[in-house]
Design a protein. Sequence first.
Length: 430
Amino acid sequence: MSVQEVPMKDCVLISAFACDPSMGSEPYVGWNWLKQILTVSDGNVVLLTRRMHERPVREALEPASRARLDIVAFDLPGCAGMAHHHSLMKPYYVFWQVAALFVVLVYQLRHRSLAVIQQCTYNVVDMPGLLWLVPGTRFIWGPVGGGQIPPAWAKPLYGRGWIKQRWRTLMKRTLRFNPYICLASYCSSSILVANQDTLEMLPRFAHRKCIKTLETAVSGVTASPAAQEPKESFTLLWVGRLEPRKALKLLLDAIAQIKADQPQAYERLRIKVLGTGPDAQKTEVEVAALGLAGKVELLGALPFAEVQPLYEGADLFVFTSVQDTSGNVLLESLASGLPAIALNHQGPREILQNGGGRLIDAHSYNEAVKEFARAILELMDAPQLLRAYAQAGLENIQKHCLWEQKGELFRTLLDAQGKSAKSHLASDQA
């Protein structure tokens, strides 16, 4: 049989611990990677995920895609109902990944159909799982993130949790020497990294395998930049989980500074905060303590369908995170024609360096507060600049941040895997 006549094993397994069309964050990412892989793969696809995601995935897929998908769903005993924001989710994920190796090994022994394995969602650089050990397959690790370290000046945001962050920082900076990470990197055929911070955490020899791409994207732009004219009110929008690393306190302190220094500008401001989390009650207390109770509207959690009108009705999106792989909500704001401001680091830099808003440099907490306040004040009376940012953001999304572009990247990787396999087969036959 000639090389061209050899039937290639083309079954792709995507390991997506979180994968759900009805959720945001990590489940949203897993669901969209699955859709793209189904689109670009010629053969069948296997989804390895949790039991809670099986039914929503099946119900959301078109019949043709559903017929090509085999779902292998499992949970550890007693953990099937554990929510993704559960306090024990991270250790559970580690044990789930260990069990996943044996689940996939059994699957491969039964079917012998897996050629490529991709691991995505909850994909942190210090936990590549163990699926790179599955024989007869090529392993695509990522998109992987988690290499971000909060700046030293962010200590006030974490409180007692700062000790944990210092330990985490030490661990991250030694990853390139960790035998587990080195072996996983060596066994990976390709490594997709979400940002420069994560790339720098990997062993040097692995950099040649790395392709930089965000782990998330959007389906398309949902608006065009409207004509911006000075208005009596100016609405700021903040969306995220209420927890220390998302740093809503930065925005609240910046608004308090504007109130003290520029009372007339403060009167024009309207601030909407969307999200919930462990710091929800603390946030209410801080808003009251800063005298912002009548200015900051805490909306809690809303269904995704109700979020889009908030993007469209706001004037500026404020992304304050001090530790983030990328930022789904940042992409959503740009796709809605809403310009943004964010710190000049990590995921926000990867996104906004291509247009859509302003990146803020800071070397201390007080400087960060001051610079956010300054940016807000400057943009309140700069409608033409806001419109330019909005237009640049839409172009940025269309060029760099669409899900179909992730699919084309995966198609390129699959083509490379096929060519490599044919090359090896030809060498063996020679």
